[in-house]
Ligand binder design. Sequence first.
Ligand SMILES: *Cc1c(COP(=O)(O)O)cnc(C)c1O
Length: 414
Amino acid sequence: MNEVLNENGFPFRGQGGIYLDYNATTPCDPRVVDAMLPYFYEHPGNPASRTHAIGWRADEAVKKARKQIAHLTKVEAHEIIFTSGATESNNFALKGIYESYQHKGNHIITLTTEHKAVLDPLKKLETLGAEVTYLDVEPDGMVDLQKLENAITSQTLLIATMWANNETGVIQNMKAIGELCNQKNILLFSDATQAVGKIQTHPKELGVQLMSFSAHKMYGPKGVGALYVAHQDPKIKLAEQMNGGGHERGNRSGTLNVPGIVGFGKAAEIAQQEMEVDSARLQQLRDKFENTLLQQLELTSINGHSKNRLAHTCNMSFKFIDGEALMNTFNQRLAVASGSACTSASIEPSHVLLGMGLSKHLAQASLRFSLGKFTTEAEIDEAAAIIIANVNHQRALSPIWEMYKDGVDVEGLI
Ligand SMILES: *Cc1c(COP(=O)(O)O)cnc(C)c1O
């Protein structure tokens, strides 16, 4: 590896601008890459090959990774099922549970702020007879526990609430939700893709029976993920969604992605050792960034709970600004995300921000900045300066802004 070392000593250099989109994907930690490399050529075995040492070697590597991941999440190694990523894990959990238990009840409760990789499989299940309740969250992004309890019916099979939100970083109270589900004897599934490796995620302690996560959101490689399924009595039955050979104890067939899994394990080991320190540093940077913008720009606000929020995520609204247009003014100097989703017909405002009760205008005036362990203070300072200059410039061009400054009530105009 011959990249330029940045001031943290990490061989990562953001090309194509300052990278503030870690919630979309993280670069692979170079130590992860080093751990993976031998499994492409030197140790090429298939862990399902039981007849020779080359297969055993691959099997040992997968075993080690499974332990590293189980250790990080405080579960048993045999409770981890490897998949191709969190999208597959979510599909497997939701469809697998529904298929196995629909005779017991067909009702599932989830949040409107979930990732599409939860909402879309649930939409599919609706076409197969499932009844799904989509709960809006409070303005701070948290689900109201009373509303959650009130949504439960005698048919409720499963509650699906994400651990931490990808757009706002809002962290749900999984302990309280776990207690409620336990009390009501309802299965609890959590998409913890943004939480694992960033904050403590110990599903077993909190009564979360199923949990999805993904290597590429925690400095591991893309295309490998996991589903935790609690080993308990009575056994949780998950209908197999991928048939063909019975790998992963009959749960998910297909030759294991050995290099990917080895990298995932290494990423989990590193996260366990370093996430607290990383998170404290990122919180300082993130707070500095937010405070600078809030102080220097009027009518700017943070979306999401003030405390229950991932330390590296910042979702901000800039009133009277179009987020997409603002992003274009960055001219590829900043790699950030707008909450909007492009559909064929139009640009739709973020369903997450709408689910928190933001107006369409404010949702469209929002951008997500997500920092990561390779982010430096110099990058943050530069990013803040670019954003401030461009927001001021955009507003100066806006007739609505001019009217607002003249004291006209413009709320009806936006
Ligand atoms: C990224 C993400 C996913 C999808 O993960 P993949 O591994 O890319 O399939 C699912 N849920 C959340 C919350 C995410 O952030």
